[in-house]
Design a protein around this ligand. Structure first.
Ligand SMILES: NC(=O)c1ccc[n+]([C@@H]2O[C@H](COP(=O)([O-])OP(=O)(O)OC[C@H]3O[C@@H](n4cnc5c(N)ncnc54)[C@H](OP(=O)(O)O)[C@@H]3O)[C@@H](O)[C@H]2O)c1
Length: 304
């Protein structure tokens, strides 16, 4: 155990953590919103942070911060010490299942009482693509753990249009995916976070797995139409050939295995397999999921 770990342990022990909830991936899309939701509910949050320099916003929100590396079981165990419940999120990496198994091992030692486990829609399908298989292998670790769990399987995020297409929407009035006119039941990560915060603060969801989607499935042509209306400019969706998308992702430095996994996802979008709509967000939150038009209005600054 190094000096930093010992200091962290002592610090955690000093605080009363009866209702402390741990959030992994707390600087990412979903995690950051989960932290906001839990703090809004008055719940004490320990945010699992991979890069300390990104932790500022979480501290400002009022979260306690713990440095973790999901490859390092000890670091997870230290961060989970005294924690009642946890939200687990794993980055999109080829050893995602291993990170999941690490999290479960650490949670068992730390005595975590309930884990809300973030996965991906389609992970449970017998025809799952590579990304789904990675997530399903990780899910199996928590299912076998004996720790009460609830799995959430979100569809594609609306925020992808900011993170992966915002730059070209801004600079070229266009975005590029090899997804034909396939429809996607896009979800806003803010809805995922509201659901997760409810699952973490209410009982009755143990052992369940929920698909989380928006209220409708739309194609990228419809996304372009809405973005055009909201920005007041003409935004185009360009349905690029698979090899163009491959070269583009490789030129950004993405590892080949991730590039191919994302191309598989685009292929099933194009083939029409990502249009299923789930009623769960409304059932759990009592509110209609955020529509893409609202998402676009709320994120206008990233498109202009
Ligand atoms: N995008 C989609 O449309 C979509 C749809 C369904 C499911 N998913 C799934 O959702 C997950 C991604 O969620 P997201 O977009 O909210 O995440 P994200 O924004 O990509 O952030 C990933 C988080 O994990 C942290 N992280 C990375 N490596 C780590 C490590 N070794 N140890 C500890 N933390 C680490 C990152 O911190 P640093 O940045 O500091 O490294 C960051 O906080 C993936 O599992 C993906 O398959 C995505």
């Amino acid at each position: 155990m190094d000096k930093k770990e010992i200091e962290n342990r002592l610090r955690y022990k000093r605080t009363n953590m009866a209702n402390m909830i741990f959030v992994s991936g707390a600087t990412g899309n979903i995690g950051k919103e989960v932290v906001k939701q839990l703090i809004k509910k008055g719940i004490r949050v320990r945010a699992g942070v991979h890069s300390e320099q990104k932790a500022g916003i979480l501290k400002k929100l009022g979260a306690e911060v713990a440095l973790i590396d999901l490859n390092n079981i000890k670091s997870i165990q230290t961060a989970l010490e005294g924690v009642a419940k946890a939200f687990s999120l794993f980055p999109l990496v080829p050893n995602l299942a291993e990170l999941g198994a690490n999290f479960v091992k650490a949670a068992k030692v730390a005595g975590v009482k309930h884990i809300v486990w973030s996965s991906g829609m389609g992970a449970d399908s017998p025809q799952a693509i590579t990304l789904g298989k990675w997530h399903r292998a990780a899910e199996k670790a928590v299912e076998a753990s004996g720790i009460p769990y609830t799995i959430v399987r979100p569809s594609s995020f609306m925020q992808n249009y900011v993170n992966f297409a915002g730059h070209t929407i801004k600079n070229q009035n266009a975005f590029y995916f090899p997804q034909g006119d396939g429809k996607i039941s896009l979800i806003d990560v803010r809805d995922i976070a509201v659901v997760v915060s409810i699952l973490l603060s209410e009982s009755g969801h143990e052992g369940k797995a929920y698909n989380l989607t928006g209220a409708e499935a739309i194609s990228n042509y419809k996304v372009a139409e809405i973005l055009s209306e909201v920005t007041g400019r003409s935004i185009s969706y360009i349905d690029v050939p698979v090899d163009t998308a491959r070269q583009s992702m490789k030129s950004m430095g993405m590892p080949d295995v991730i590039v191919e996994a994302l191309l598989e996802l685009s292929a099933i979008i194009k083939a029409g397999y990502t249009s299923a709509v789930s009623p769960v967000v409304e059932q759990i939150t009592g509110k209609q999921p955020i529509a893409f038009r609202q998402f676009a209005k709320d994120h206008l600054q990233f498109f202009e």
